[in-house]
Write a protein that binds this ligand. Structure first.
Ligand SMILES: *Cc1c(COP(=O)(O)O)cnc(C)c1O
Length: 217
């Protein structure tokens, strides 16, 4: 597809849902992509990107930020507590706040550093063993815990199980967010961002549809 096609598809999905396209942020997920492809998307004017590993982002984004103004990079992959400081220095937002210990580490560092990225709580909507995230039933309590720590919680994030209808998970995430007074919904990837927009996504995370298939080593 490419950036222009995806941008148009986002606009169309917004129109169909009766939403303002400005309400939906398109996060171009650049993990593992060759630098030339990322550079091409920057040259086209896109400025919002997603990475799933701290180390990989640290190796790539400082140089791009020197060359391109207004870049924002969001962490969308798992974060170890011992990398929290580095992540808070590198990213404008973290979409993978998934446990109390990490919340406490980020809160302590935010005090010390005097700033904190926007945070999304990752919810394991499919209750999958192997997947990170707060369980749906524990979400209200965890949101309250994060608020007590003064963390800037912008919304919720989910990655639906591969073999299930994503819309059920998007609806559940929306319900959990509304119940907790949260407006941000980070949901939808290359295969399902249009459905996610129809169900209220404010941040869609799209990789392969923009950059092409990931070339993994
Ligand atoms: C890789 C990744 C994406 C993008 O996936 P595509 O299917 O390539 O669009 C979105 N969200 C997360 C958390 C990811 O790790």
């Amino acid at each position: 597809m490419g950036l222009n096609d995806v941008t148009q598809a986002v606009t169309k999905a917004c129109e169909e849902a009766g939403r303002d396209a400005k309400e939906v942020a398109l996060i171009a997920v650049s993990k593992v992509q060759p630098l030339e492809r990322v550079e091409a998307v920057l040259e086209q004017g896109h400025r919002l990107f997603g990475e799933n590993r701290v180390q990989e982002a640290a190796g790539k984004w400082p140089a791009f930020r020197d060359r391109f103004d207004g870049v924002a990079v969001h962490l969308i992959g798992p974060l170890q507590s011992n990398k929290a400081r580095q992540a808070m220095e590198l990213f404008e937002a973290i979409h993978s706040l998934d446990r109390p210990k990490l919340a406490r580490s980020i809160a302590r560092l935010a005090q010390e550093m005097g700033h904190c990225p926007d945070l999304f709580i990752q919810v394991n909507t499919g209750e999958e063993e192997q997947k990170a995230g707060i369980l749906p039933a524990e979400t209200d309590g965890f949101v309250a815990e994060c608020r007590a720590l003064d963390l800037p919680i912008m919304g919720l994030m989910c990655i639906p199980p591969v073999d299930e209808t994503p819309s059920l998970h998007f609806s559940l995430l929306k319900k959990l967010a509304e119940r907790n007074g949260l407006s941000g919904l980070s949901m939808g990837m290359s295969g399902d961002f249009e459905q996610a927009i129809a169900l209220g996504a404010t941040h869609v995370r799209v990789g392969s549809a923009i950059f092409g298939a990931r070339v993994t080593a």
